[in-house]
Write a protein of this length. Structure first.
Length: 478
């Protein structure tokens, strides 16, 4: 339903990632005149070089692991030799074909999103944009071989969704051949013989997990005592144990001072003087927002010390006409959050009903094997007294479906408000935890009690029954 205004509202969006894309669709839905400026392609880096390709690579890694684990379920693979004898085939990964597929899927997704915007009536401009005050964008576009054209876009509302880029260390410069950022890995034609991963946050852990499954020898260099320092400690411990059991070398409390190329590989030098030699290296040491030199400060937009755009819970900046969504903002850097921010920004700007984004209701996921999914308050916050809650942890190995599937690692953990039993958070460590977390997320969003959650009928046998079993164990006696 389009809303009636004295004149058509004009919305200009800088950046076509998840936040910009959703903002454009929302604006078109409400009858605004929407212009989207994007320099790389609709979907931005999230679709073209980050989320879509990396999760596609991880899907291939999961398939490889599934083949390796099939023997535990009684499935055996054999082929016949020339002599007619049964021999076990070697499982190999054609990384060139894998990367060609994931880049093709990324481009296809970008084109699908572009088609949706065009169908909705959004004007798309391919080019570089910057703010010229709080209500105008200046866009430079390629003009064939003759130079550059400039376009000026006046708007009632501007949404900035310019994303972020990999952080680069001066002593470990990616070259796209031996030393990589996470956006460059998809040029590899063969599985690296020995991949050194610097950084054990989400990105580093995900790629370390994937390439280990694909057949690389992997050394993970972590500056912290444990991998995934921002995650639930029990969950991170499970992942590190699985990494080590699968042959990965994890160097904890180690910091890489430099990574340089050698004749046929790379060498990483640690702060304590040790060195690690490998064939390739992935630098996964964080990201930086793409907010420089696009006129934000001049337009009156406040930035943090790290260069992120300060926003409130409806994605509004310090300037009433300017909103920001996604990794360039100082909110949670997740694609799902960027999408929500984009929609919320436009709804708010156009006077539609809006619910401010609640940080505690956001689900997040780490796509390792197994995955880690979380929502709500954390165990550390409860133990530190920031939130008042009871904790219950149920090992996944006790679940009937997990036994049937040969799953040995993982758990479901619930947090409930002391006294009332209201579900305030949870953690799932399991294959496809990203799917399993939804039930807990709904409970957190709608403030269900553990008794209400336990009353939901979970299929028997299913992994989701671990959630209702955990809720049942936290029953509040009336």
């Amino acid at each position: 339903m389009a809303y009636e205004f004295e004149r058509t509202q004009r919305i200009a969006i800088l950046g076509g990632g998840p936040g910009g894309y959703e903002a454009a669709l929302a604006g078109a839905q409400l009858g605004a005149e929407v212009t989207l400026v994007e320099r790389e392609g609709v979907g931005g880096s999230a679709v073209l070089t980050d989320v879509v390709p990396s999760k596609t690579l991880i899907a291939t890694a999961e398939a490889t692991t599934g083949i390796g684990d099939a023997a535990d379920l009684g499935v055996q693979f054999f082929m016949r030799s020339d002599a007619g004898r049964a021999v076990r085939p070697e499982v190999t990964v054609n990384l060139a074909a894998v990367n060609a597929r994931l880049l093709r899927l990324a481009r296809q997704q970008s084109e699908d999103m572009k088609s949706q915007l065009i169908k909705a009536g959004v004007r798309i401009i391919a080019g570089e944009g910057r703010l010229d005050g709080p209500q105008r964008l200046v866009v430079s576009t390629a003009k064939g071989k003759t130079g550059t054209d400039f376009d000026e876009i006046d708007a009632d509302t501007i949404v900035v969704s310019v994303g972020a880029r990999p952080r680069i260390l001066p002593a470990a410069q990616p070259d796209g051949e031996r030393i990589f950022s996470w956006t460059q890995l998809y040029t590899l034609q063969q599985v690296p013989e020995h991949l050194i991963v610097v950084g054990s946050g989400v990105t580093g852990a995900e790629f370390a997990s994937a390439y280990n499954a694909l057949g690389s020898k992997v050394t993970l260099i972590s500056s912290r005592e444990q991998v995934l320092p921002g995650e639930d400690m029990d969950a991170a411990r499970v992942i590190e144990d699985v990494f080590k059991r699968n042959g990965m070398t994890v160097l904890s409390k180690s910091r890489a001072d430099s990574v340089v190329r050698t004749k046929d590989g790379v060498i990483a030098t640690l702060s304590d003087g040790r060195t690690v030699e490998g064939s390739h290296c992935l630098m996964a040491v964080g990201s930086l927002p793409n907010t420089e030199n696009i006129g934000l400060a001049e337009a009156g937009v406040q930035l943090t010390a790290s260069g992120h755009i300060r926003v409130n819970r409806v994605a509004r900046t310090s300037m009433p006409s300017i909103y920001a969504a996604g990794d360039c903002s100082d909110f949670l850097p997740l694609a799902s959050v960027a999408s929500m921010q984009g929609r919320t920004a436009v709804y708010h700007a156009m006077g539609d009903a809006v619910s401010p984004t609640e940080l505690r209701n956001i689900t997040s996921n780490v796509f390792t094997q197994p995955e880690i999914a979380t929502v709500g308050w954390s165990q550390k916050q409860i133990e530190d007294g920031i939130a008042q809650g009871d904790i219950y942890k149920l090992p996944l190995a006790s679940n009937p479906r997990a036994k049937m599937m040969g799953i040995k690692d993982g758990f479901v953990k619930l947090f409930a408000r002391t006294g009332s039993g209201t579900v305030i958070g949870g953690v799932v460590v399991a294959p496809h935890a990203s799917e399993l977390i939804l039930g807990i997320a709904l409970a957190v969003e709608h403030r269900l009690t553990v008794d209400q959650l336990a009353k939901a009928f979970s299929v028997y046998p299913s992994l989701t029954s671990s959630i209702t079993d955990a809720a049942r164990a936290m029953h509040i006696v009336n």
